[in-house]
Write a protein that binds this ligand. Structure first.
Ligand code: NAP
Length: 456
């Protein structure tokens, strides 16, 4: 598991980093635990707020510097990288501002004496994070927990080490004491050791089902709390009364944002028969407009995938789908003449339930298109998935949209938009998409001891 920056636009290795030895890892665990026990948990909300608000301000002062690292390491279009930097700063600010109110003591009504519930931190927390939004994913985990008085250690994905270090430096520059936020370049065996360590009190993973199962099993064995934010194959339902142009616009951005590498991307486009032909015609036209290029160039509209390996996996899934009867309406292959990991924007149709693709997550610019008879069939198809992360419903009748949303077995449903993430909106899923929530007031309560204090 080498920690290495490889620019997916040209395949060139930019920088390689060595993993920590066990002795170095132990020293970092010691520092983190010491920081928790002797410094960070004793700080006031105002003191912690000063650090997080300063970190947000630094991101806003130097967005280009942070954004370019994202683009160089995982290929995101620079405008989207800048958007991610802004969102990460907003998350830091959001918890700096609201944590104290979220964690305020709650007085209980009790027939005798007095009782209240107070929040206290749990200790050293460990996050295992993915590359697709290198700062946003960490901000979601670190900001609420740091404000709550926990300290965090993060094992970031091995292909975004410069972003991992940039975030650690950011908090240091903002005034966080040593051990409050720690980046760990460690192996998978060492991940298990960290979870086993008695000083570590909770584990959060964002990533694939496979990694989630490994990490949650380890946490469970140690009787430690875990949260999992895993994959998804979100349904994007277009009902007969939808605003067609709006639906097409959101389907395109929902499927193509981050080159399709988002957990809440609009992966299964489900359109009722009455609109299916017209929708597909416009959707295909819009998907054809993307052109590959250097993601650092503001004019580029199609970025490479995060790595050559990611492209190979996606191409393999498309081949398998076609082998089981799917039809390639457009795309389906890599973009020739480019050094980078570029996938053609792709639409697959005729996906029968027996096709493996029907239940898979496609992590790239490949839309699975389904036509259905009506609203009930759309809901049934949306729920016929191992995943339960998000989803969208398009209708001009908001009440109808809410009715449909309530029938969809996911953690989030967006009416008349593709999925969005914002500090105040809880984020997370059910079924194989994991458990627990990040962001909003819910996100700060995951690794907190809500302690009852009863006076008789
Ligand atoms: P991944 O392979 O699971 O990697 C995620 C993190 O887990 C990385 O830091 C990785 O380290 C680590 N990891 C992988 N296997 C591990 C193991 N056996 N033991 C310990 N750590 C392990 O995920 P990915 O495929 O790169 O990322 C995409 C997936 O994440 C998709 O399924 C996507 O939907 C999901 N995702 C979910 C959310 C959400 O909020 N629900 C958000 C973003 C992404 P290395 O890099 O060193 O392997």
């Amino acid at each position: 598991m080498a920690y290495q920056s490889t620019n997916p636009y040209n395949g060139k290795v930019v920088k390689t980093f060595t993993e920590l030895t066990d002795t170095q890892l132990e020293a970092k665990l010691h520092t983190a635990h010491d920081c928790y026990e002797n410094t960070w948990r004793h700080k006031t909300f105002a003191e912690r707020k000063a650090v997080l608000a300063r970190a947000a301000a630094i991101m806003r002062e130097r967005p280009q510097e942070f954004a370019e690292l994202i683009t160089i390491e995982m290929g995101k279009l620079i405008a989207q990288s800048l958007g991610e930097v802004a969102l990460s700063a907003a998350i830091l600010d959001y918890y700096a501002e609201h944590a104290e109110a979220f964690l305020a003591p709650e007085k209980l009504t009790t027939p005798r004496g007095e009782a209240s519930v107070e929040s206290s931190p749990m200790g050293v927390l460990f996050g295992v994070e993915p590359w697709n939004y290198p700062y946003y994913q960490i901000a979601r985990f670190a900001a609420p927990n740091l404000m709550a008085g926990n300290v965090v250690m993060v094992k970031h994905a091995s292909n975004v080490p410069q972003c991992a270090l940039a975030f650690e430096r950011l908090l240091e520059e903002a005034g966080a004491p040593a051990g409050a936020y720690t980046n760990l370049f460690i192996s998978k065996d060492q991940v298990a050791k960290v979870i086993d360590d008695v000083r570590v009190r909770g584990v959060a993973l964002t990533g694939s089902e496979a990694a989630g199962a490994v990490v949650a099993e380890r946490a469970g064995k140690n009787l430690k709390k875990s949260t999992l934010e895993l994959g998804g194959s979100d349904a994007f339902i277009v009902l007969d009364d939808a605003d067609l142009d709006k639906a097409v616009k959101h389907a395109v951005s929902g499927r193509m944002g981050n080159s399709g590498q988002a957990c809440t991307a609009s992966k299964r486009i489900i359109v009722v028969e009455a609109l299916a032909d017209r929708f597909l015609d416009k959707f295909q036209g819009a998907m054809q407009a993307f052109a590959p290029g250097d993601p650092l160039d503001k004019q580029t509209t199609l970025a490479p995938l995060s790595s050559a390996g990611a492209l190979k996996t996606l191409l393999g899934q498309v081949d398998e789908a076609v082998g089981h009867g799917a039809r390639v309406l457009m795309g389906g292959g890599r973009i020739e003449g480019q050094d980078g990991a570029f996938m053609q924007p792709t639409i697959l149709t005729d996906l029968a339930p027996a096709n493996p693709a029907y239940k898979q997550e496609f992590f790239g610019p490949v839309a699975l298109f389904f036509r259905v008879a009506d609203e009930a069939a759309a809901v049934a198809l949306a729920n016929d998935s191992p995943f339960g992360l998000g989803g969208s419903v398009f209708t001009q009748d908001a009440e109808r949209g809410k009715r449909v949303a309530r029938q969809i077995d996911t953690g989030m449903v967006f009416i008349n938009s593709a999925a969005v993430s914002s500090p105040e909106l809880p984020f997370g899923g059910v079924k194989n998409s994991g458990y627990g929530r990040e962001l909003s007031g819910a996100g700060i309560l995951e690794f907190i001891n809500r302690k009852l204090i009863r006076v008789n």
